[in-house]
Design a protein around this ligand. Structure first.
Ligand SMILES: [Cu+2]
Length: 165
């Protein structure tokens, strides 16, 4: 009886040691998600949407966000929005750097996660899962709550009444 208890304790402490080992060093825990939200689809037939995450890198070296993926869309890309000759346009970005001990903030009109080929319209109050792949931190899965529909001047001109204000 006592012997079984000792073996059990030994097994538990081995498990704890394994958990502690995997939690140290450079891995997913070095990147923390500060904020995440997605825009609700304006129409039930919307094919595209956008999500935004803000990240903090706790590591002493810079890291890079290399790719994004989600079951909520056929294609997910890292995009930036820029204004050229008064026209707002978006382009895909290969990777986004997050400085050592620094933050990266995505927001409407700036960097965003572009979702193309939505498997279902994004509905306020729901949640989508997005997997972020970092050069050093590896994969981090984020649950992204869906908020309001974009107001005027939105990122993704699906209803393009230009006067956003
Ligand atoms: Cu975009």
């Amino acid at each position: 009886m006592r012997r079984i208890l000792l073996e059990l304790l030994a097994a538990i402490s081995l498990t704890i040691a394994a958990i502690l080992t995997s939690a140290s060093g450079v891995n997913a825990s070095s990147v923390m998600i500060l904020e995440a939200f997605a825009r609700a689809s304006a129409t039930p037939t919307a094919g595209a949407g956008a999500a935004y995450v803000s990240l903090m890198n706790h590591a002493s070296e810079a890291d890079r966000l290399l790719s994004v993926s989600t079951p909520a869309a056929r294609v997910a890309e890292i995009h930036m929005t820029e204004v050229a000759d008064g026209v707002m346009r978006m382009k895909a970005v290969d990777a986004l750097e997050i400085p050592a001990m620094g933050t990266l903030q995505m927001k409407p009109g700036g960097y965003h996660i572009m979702l193309m080929g939505l498997t279902a319209p994004l509905t306020k109050g729901e949640e989508i899962e997005i997997t972020l792949t970092f050069e050093k931190a590896g994969q981090v899965m984020v649950k992204v709550p869906v908020g309001d529909v974009a107001q005027g001047g939105h990122d993704h001109g699906e209803g393009s009444e230009g006067s956003g204000g």
